[in-house]
Design a binder for this molecule. Structure first.
Ligand code: CA
Length: 225
């Protein structure tokens, strides 16, 4: 899960990022509203944490523009106690939830998880299925007909994205952003390397599912419908 934190108080933003990372999320931070809106529009985030009082563009404007451009990404507004009217405006403007500062780390993480779960997912409990494949989050394993292999974190993230977006072509760029994030210097090449690792594992499992390359565009799964 990838979370965008838009918060101009640098220490708070860093704390939020650390919290999210300790909880197993990837987190990117922006310190002003314009950068926040740009990043939120990229479509790579599962949840956006959005402060109200921000330089360059305030959080309510960011939220309004985000919704106007059709983004349905879950947004958790962070408001100061004195900003009650902002809270109401935020919820009216399409925020999914708000938290009043200061908040308990546990409460924040619970909210983020609850908002991320609202996204339509094709899971049964901890397991994601496609064709003859089962992907298990708790064990990081991919299995087929009683055979099973363990995946590395990045292999797992990539397989999960392919399975969740089964009817779409995933571009190399979106895989790169969702798995490695903005701040990494990973290149397209990394995506190819991990796709080849996954293909070897699919062959080893003797699965009917294949990762298809759409030349110049990206990848999608086939063989599971
Ligand atoms: Ca602020």
């Amino acid at each position: 899960m990838r979370v965008l934190v838009v918060e101009d108080e640098v220490r708070l933003a860093d704390t939020l990022r650390d919290l999210l990372e300790m909880d197993g999320c990837a987190a990117d931070v922006c310190h002003d509203g314009e950068a926040g809106l740009d990043n939120a529009l990229s479509g790579i985030y599962d949840v956006v944490l959005l402060d109200v009082m921000l330089p360059r563009m305030d959080g309510l404007t960011v939220l309004r523009r985000l919704r106007q451009s059709g983004s349905a990404v879950p947004v958790l507004m962070l408001t100061a106690r004195s900003e009650l009217s902002d809270r109401v405006a935020g919820l009216d403007g399409g925020a999914d939830y708000y938290l009043t500062k200061p908040f308990e780390p546990k409460e924040l993480l619970a909210c983020v998880r609850a908002l991320a779960r609202r996204q339509p997912e094709l899971r049964v409990g901890d397991t994601l299925s496609y064709g003859d494949l089962r992907l298990e989050k708790s064990a990081f394993t991919l299995s087929c007909d009683g055979r099973s292999v363990r995946l590395s974190r990045k292999e797992f993230d990539m397989m999960e994205l392919l399975m969740l977006n089964r009817r779409q072509i995933l571009t190399k760029e979106s895989l790169l952003l969702k798995i490695w994030g903005y701040e990494s210097d990973a290149e397209d090449n990394n995506v190819e390397v991990y796709i080849s690792f996954l293909r070897k594992k699919l062959t080893h499992l003797r699965s009917q599912v294949k990762i298809k390359t759409i030349r110049m565009v990206g990848y999608c799964l086939e063989g599971g419908e």
